[in-house]
Design a protein around this ligand. Structure first.
Ligand code: DAH
Length: 337
C-alpha cells in the first residue's frame, strides 16, 4: 500500500471503530467513497502523475477503494442487524388493539328458508329424501298420474334432455322413488331444485320446492290439515289459514293452503296483492292411482302429500317482489339477509 493509501486506511479504521449505528456507517460511506471524498480526489489526481507511475498508482487506489467498500458494507450490515433486533424487542405489537375482521359470507335467503322449512318438518318426525334433477318422464309424470298427452302436462312447461329424460318440473317424483324403496308407514320431505320453461318477475327457470308425503293406515284429511296448520304456525306465527279446493293429478281431493298475509295481517297490501292472503302450498290426499303405480294397496293405505315453492316463501318473508333478484348474485342485495 502506498503511504497515502495507508494513512487513509488507518484513519478510516479509526473512525470505523467509533461508528455506533447504521447512520454512522452511511456517513462513513459518503465521507470516504462519495464524490467529494478522498478516493475520488486520488483518482482525479492520477492525471498529474508521470505516465510511468499512473498504472501502479491507479491499481493501488482501486484496491483501497474495494477494501473500503467491503468494510463499510460489513459495518452497515452489522448495525442494521443490531438495530432490527433491538426494534423487535421494544416494538411489540399491541395485543389490545381490535383485530381486522374478515368478511363473513351468509347463507342465501333461499337456502335459509329451505333449511327452516326442512327443520320444522324434521321436528315433526319427517325424514329427508332426495331424488335426481335429471329425471325419467315416468317418475316426473306417468307414475304421478299424468299420462303422455294429458292436458295436465301443460301446467308445467318442461325442459327435455337429449337422452329422453327431463329436468324434473317438480319434487313430486321423489314421492314415487321413496315409495318404491320403503314400506308405510312413513313421513318424508324432499327439498330440491326444479326446472320449468318460465321466466318473469315471479317465475325463474330454476327454483326450489319442498315436497312432503305421509303414508299409513287411516291417514285422513284431518291429519293433512292438522300437520300443515302446525307447520304454518311455526313458519309464519299464529295466523289464520284457509284451504281452497284445487286440482293436482296425483291427489284427490286437492287443495291449496293460504295463510293470512304476514305484512298486513289480512288488511290487504302490495305483497298479498290486496287479497289479505298469501298462497303457501298445494296439497291433497294421495290419488289411489299413484299407490297403484308403486304397488301399494290403495285399500289398505291412505296418505297425504304437499308441495311448496321455497323462493316464493323467501319473497314473502323478506318482502322481495322480483324473483330474479334472488339469482343475480349481486352481493350488495344478498348481504341484507
Ligand atoms: N308438484 C306440485 C307443483 O309443482 C305441487 C304439489 C301440489 C305437490 C300438491 C304435492 C301436492 O305433493 O300434493 O305445482
Amino acid at each position: 500500500m502506498s503511504d497515502q493509501s495507508e494513512i487513509l486506511w488507518n484513519q478510516f479504521e479509526e473512525e470505523r471503530r467509533q461508528a455506533a449505528s447504521s447512520k454512522d456507517a452511511e456517513a462513513l460511506r459518503v465521507k470516504y467513497l462519495g464524490k467529494k471524498g478522498p478516493v475520488s480526489a486520488l483518482l482525479k489526481n492520477l492525471g498529474a502523475l508521470p505516465p510511468d507511475q499512473r498504472k501502479a498508482a491507479g491499481e493501488a487506489i482501486n484496491r483501497l477503494k474495494a477494501r473500503l467498500e467491503e468494510s463499510v458494507e460489513a459495518l452497515m450490515q452489522e448495525w442494521s442487524g443490531r438495530e432490527e433486533e433491538a426494534k423487535l424487542k421494544t416494538d411489540l405489537p399491541d395485543p389490545s388493539l381490535p383485530g381486522t375482521a374478515l368478511p363473513l359470507g351468509t347463507l342465501h335467503p333461499v337456502t335459509q328458508i329451505g333449511l327452516e322449512v326442512a327443520a320444522i318438518f324434521v321436528s315433526m318426525g319427517f325424514f329427508l329424501a332426495e331424488g335426481p334433477e335429471a329425471e325419467d318422464e315416468y317418475y316426473n309424470f306417468e307414475a304421478l298420474n299424468v299420462p303422455k298427452h294429458h292436458p295436465a302436462r301443460d301446467m308445467q312447461d318442461t325442459f327435455y334432455l337429449e337422452n329422453g329424460q327431463v329436468l324434473r318440473t317438480q319434487t313430486s317424483p321423489v314421492q314415487i322413488r321413496t315409495m318404491e324403496t320403503i314400506k308405510p308407514p312413513f313421513k318424508m320431505v324432499a327439498l330440491g331444485k326444479v326446472y320449468r320453461r318460465d321466466s318473469d318477475i315471479t317465475h325463474s327457470p330454476m327454483f326450489s320446492q319442498m315436497e312432503g308425503l305421509v303414508v299409513g293406515e287411516n291417514v285422513t284429511m284431518a291429519d293433512l290439515k292438522g300437520t300443515l296448520a302446525a307447520f304454518a304456525e311455526k313458519m309464519f306465527g299464529k295466523r289464520l289459514t284457509r284451504f281452497r279446493a284445487s286440482y293436482f293429478p296425483f291427489t284427490e281431493p286437492s287443495a291449496e293452503m293460504d295463510v293470512q298475509c304476514i305484512f298486513c295481517e289480512g288488511k290487504g297490501c302490495r305483497v298479498c296483492k290486496n287479497t289479505g292472503w298469501m298462497e303457501i302450498l298445494g296439497c291433497g290426499m294421495v290419488n289411489p292411482r299413484v299407490f297403484e303405480a308403486v304397488k301399494y294397496d290403495p285399500e289398505k293405505y291412505t296418505g297425504f302429500a304437499f308441495g311448496m315453492g321455497i323462493e316464493r316463501m323467501a319473497m314473502q318473508r323478506f318482502g322481495i317482489h322480483d324473483i330474479r333478484l334472488l339469482f343475480n348474485s349481486d352481493v350488495r342485495f344478498l348481504r341484507q339477509f
